[in-house]
Design a protein. Sequence first.
Length: 554
Amino acid sequence: MKKNTVFFISDYLLTEVNGGAEKFNHILIKGLLDLGIEVTQVKSANFTPELICDDNYYLISNFMHLSEKAKTALVAEQINYSIIEHDHKYIKTNDPSKFINMLAPFEEIINRQFYKSADYVFCQSKIHAEVVQKNLLINNIVNLKYNLWDHSDLEKLLEKSKTKKTIKNSIFNTSNLNKGTRAAIKYCENKKICSFHSIFPTSWEKFTDELSKTQNYIFFPQWLESFCRVVVEAKILGCKITTNKLVGVTSEQWFRDSGDPEKLCNLLINKTNKIINKFAKLIDGEMESFSKINQLEIPKISIITSMYKAGEFIERFLDDVTQQTIFEKCELIIVDANSPDKEYKFIKEQQKKHPNIFYHRLDKTLTVQETMNYGIKKSTGDFLTLWNVDDYRKNDALEVLSLNLVVDKTVDLVYADCYETTKKNESFLNNSSNGKLYEHSKNKFSKNNMIKCLPGPMPLWRSNLNKKYGMFDEKYIFAGDWEMWLRAVDMGSKFKKIPKVLGLYYKNPNGISTSNKNSVERFKEEAALFTTYKHLFGKANYEKYKNYFSKEVL
């Protein structure tokens, strides 16, 4: 639906801050006005929920000063808005580059729902878009690939490109630590560049004058630059550019291929016009005017359930598992270990609605490890999870865990917190846990922390983990899952905790791993594993628990 007015929300105007984001905003606003679109500029600190109206479209640029109340209202009222992403407002530090593979820990992510609810999140380069996507786990991202330039500025740059090069090396000398002056100086020292020219912060005109005289521009930003206009302008001016992998525009093929200043200027003029026109179409109601980047694809997930005497849980379990947001991407493999409860009458009704439910009845009662291995052998998914019939999960639990496993190639298994209850057949949203968490999964992953069975009752792992490290050891009756995970970690596997509560664990007094009657044999298995894998746990944990695991049991 065509909108009456565009509300353009940003922290600062170009008259206040002469930055790349402000230049982008200024040129976009001017272009929309030239096309006859009414634009109302509002500083983010002054934007309130009272300014929200469904008849308007909202473009949100830098929003450090935008109130939580305003962000919540835009999401809750399902208003049409898009975010022009500058400077990584989805991370507390605004800097993904300090994390391994630019993937921030889950707890470092902010504004997730605000980004997720936007029509589009506009990024400015390939690497920018990819980093935003894998941190936020969202599929509404557009890579603009270009920034916006005023035509007259490009004409000035083209004219300056004819300037004679009288300076061999220049650096940007600024107190802004993110711009990497120290790194540039250190590079010069390491390369025995004894003389270099410092370009200090000044007007754009004077800065580009200095840059136009330069043969080689040395620039080492210390955080990920979403795009970096100055590097493009340096290229138009005929500079060679020495930089690092934190300059967004260098991830674009067109930039790497460009050489001729005039062709580059013409390209930028053309792309500026096209981008502004696409924004105009968006405001006119053409919601598919932009192309989103490749979507995050969740592979097939095999849910493996070992079942014995589950009659009192089976209906609730089937309702719960089939309501997962990505159940259509799953296969549910139910292994009936010769249960006497006739659960199949409920299962076959669900099979009529869900052809991805598979039922296997065994002719004898196997152990949990044996039935898990049976289920794994029957599975066809790239990801695996176990789901006990008496446990329940948040409806997006599999989606959250699988997306984290998709984007983080360094880990084989992900797990999360879950509430713990002693009452059967409660739901995730309505339970008596009072916020009590399952004790073993509380800690982040580390070898030392594997003194507890961190993955707990609801892990999700790559199927090739079992190909690399083996199946569940069937000699274990009670602690087979702990043994499996210890063995994998000992052989080099890495796990990851997602710090969200995604499930409800029922501490079943009659369960194999929780009943009192099995406590002696269960303890013996756990004590043997403690001794076998004590080298993983570290000296502190060994000293802390050695007396506990060496005690005699009757």
